[in-house]
Design a protein around this ligand. Structure first.
Ligand SMILES: [Zn+2]
Length: 221
């Protein structure tokens, strides 16, 4: 069930008070339109009617796709330590309520960035697993190690025989396109599966660059 609430939010730029619908839960089956709004960056984004300032509403959101057996818990946060605490909270709350038993075969993801939420939805919609995709992102960035610190790589789209990625360089202020063959994805995914990585979750997981780095080291060992 998709759940929302109405909140009065003060514009951080001009101080104008404005009513906004805040979504706390989106169930794709009930609300396909809402998913489309989310993917176009219109859910929980505040737009001031007075000064047109826009920004993310600091509210957690649970995304649930029953058909794809995908659940993403999004808690907006840009502090590393707080992120870890929020992640542990989500894990403990789930364990305490026993709700995970109802989600066997699911992929359960925890994210703190709006863009990561959208990226994960697109990855699973393309029939891919984000664990292998995160490894490819690291491999792409490692091709130019001296620029790695200034670059972000994000999933773009799956094409017939390749996967497109966008590489943003904040120093050069440029966006590059990079492609990886589907065969690379397949090989990595097979290696992950062979090393014991499951195509579903037993608990909430944070699948990011740190996670992918640990996986690579695990495979190489
Ligand atoms: Zn404003």
């Amino acid at each position: 069930m998709s759940i929302n609430s109405s909140k009065a939010i003060r514009c951080p730029s001009c101080g104008q008070l404005q009513e906004i619908t805040v979504w706390n839960s989106i169930t794709v089956k009930d609300s396909p339109d809402l998913k489309a709004d989310l993917l176009s960056g219109r859910v929980n984004i505040f737009k001031c009617g007075s000064c047109s300032h826009s920004g993310l509403v600091p509210a957690p959101l649970l995304y649930h796709d029953e058909d794809k057996k995908l659940m993403i818990s999004f808690s907006p946060c840009d502090d590393e330590q707080l992120k870890q605490r929020l992640f542990e909270n989500v894990r403990e709350t789930s364990k305490g309520s026993g709700e995970l038993s109802g989600y066997s075969g699911y992929n359960l993801r925890f994210v703190c960035e709006y863009n990561s939420l959208l990226e994960k939805i697109l990855i699973f919609d393309a029939g891919l697993n984000d664990k292998a995709v995160e490894i490819i992102k690291l491999l792409i960035l490692s091709q130019e190690p001296e620029k790695q610190d200034d670059r972000f790589c994000v999933f773009g789209k799956k094409e017939e025989d390749s996967i497109e990625f966008m590489v943003r360089d904040i120093k050069e202020n440029m966006i590059y396109t990079s492609r990886a063959p589907i065969s690379t994805y397949d090989t990595i995914w097979q290696q992950l599966r062979a090393s014991g990585v499951k195509p579903y979750s037993f608990d909430w997981e944070m699948v990011d660059a740190v996670y992918a780095d640990r996986l690579i080291k695990g495979i190489n060992n």
